[in-house]
Design a protein around this ligand. Structure first.
Ligand code: MP5
Length: 219
C-alpha cells in the first residue's frame, strides 16, 4: 500500500477526531463566535509566516526536481498571508501584535527542528500531513458553510480545487520518497505523520478554547 494510504489508515481514529473537532463543526454551522475565529486567524497568520523559513530550509536538502515546486510553495504562502490581511481588514480583525499561543509556538518549533534535524523524507512527511490535514479539515467546514459567510474566501483557499491538486502532488512525491526509504526511516516518517496530526488537532483545540500559556492565565 502506498505510504500515505497506509498512514491515513493507521491514523484513522486520530484523523476522525481532527475532522470532528468542534472548531470545524461550529464554524461550518455558523455557530463559531467571531472573536474565536479571530483567534484562529491571528495564530494561523503566524504559523503560515513561520512555514516560509521551514520550506526555505528544505530547499538545499531537496532533490533537484523539488526546488522549483518548493519555491512555488513559498510564493503561495506569501499570497496566503495577503489573503489573511485582506480578510482581516474586511472584517475588522487586528492580525498583528498577538504573540504565538503555546500550541502554535510548539508547532512552529517542531517545524523548524524537523527542517534542520530530520531527514528530507521525514520533513516532507510533515509538510504533506499538515497540508492534507488543512485540506480535509476545511472541506468539512465548506460542506455546510453559508456561501455568503465572511470566512468563505479563507475556507476556499484550503478546501478548493487548486489546493486539492497541490496536496495530490505532495502525496505522489511523498509516496515516492517512502519507496526509496529504508525500513527505519519509513517508521520514523510514520512517527512524524502521527505527531503532525496531533499538532493539527491541538491547533483546533487552541483556537476553540482561546488557549493561554499554561500557568500564565492573564484573564
Ligand atoms: C496549514 C496551516 C496549511 N495554514 N496551519 C496549520 C496549523 N496547519 C496547516 O498550511 P499552509 O502553509 O497554509 O498551506
Amino acid at each position: 500500500m502506498p505510504f500515505c494510504d497506509e498512514q491515513l489508515t493507521r491514523l484513522k481514529p486520530l484523523w476522525t477526531r481532527m475532522l470532528g473537532h468542534r472548531f470545524l463543526t461550529e464554524t461550518r454551522d455558523g455557530a463559531m463566535p467571531d472573536e474565536r475565529f479571530a483567534v484562529w486567524m491571528r495564530q494561523d497568520y503566524l504559523f503560515v509566516e513561520a512555514a516560509i523559513p521551514f520550506i526555505a530550509a528544505l530547499i538545499p536538502r531537496a532533490p533537484r526536481a523539488h526546488w522549483s515546486p518548493l519555491a512555488g510553495v513559498i510564493a503561495a504562502l506569501e499570497k496566503e498571508l495577503q489573503l489573511f490581511e485582506e480578510r482581516a481588514a474586511a472584517v475588522g480583525v487586528t492580525l498583528r501584535g498577538t504573540p504565538a499561543a503555546f500550541t502554535n509556538h510548539a508547532y512552529i518549533q517542531f517545524l523548524m527542528a524537523t527542517a534542520y534535524r530530520a531527514s528530507y523524507a521525514e520533513a516532507y512527511t510533515v509538510l504533506y500531513a499538515a497540508e492534507k490535514a488543512y485540506h480535509d479539515s476545511w472541506k468539512v467546514v465548506r460542506a455546510g458553510l453559508d456561501r455568503e459567510s465572511k470566512w468563505h474566501p479563507l475556507v476556499e483557499n484550503w478546501a478548493g480545487d487548486a489546493f486539492a491538486q497541490y496536496v495530490g502532488y505532495l502525496e505522489g512525491e511523498l509516496n515516492a520518497l517512502a519507496e526509496q526509504a529504508g525500513a527505519d526511516e519509513r517508521t520514523r516518517m510514520g512517527e512524524y505523520f502521527e505527531l503532525t496530526t496531533k499538532y493539527e488537532i491541538a491547533f483546533w483545540e487552541m483556537a476553540a478554547t482561546g488557549e493561554d500559556w499554561p500557568g500564565c492565565n492573564s484573564q
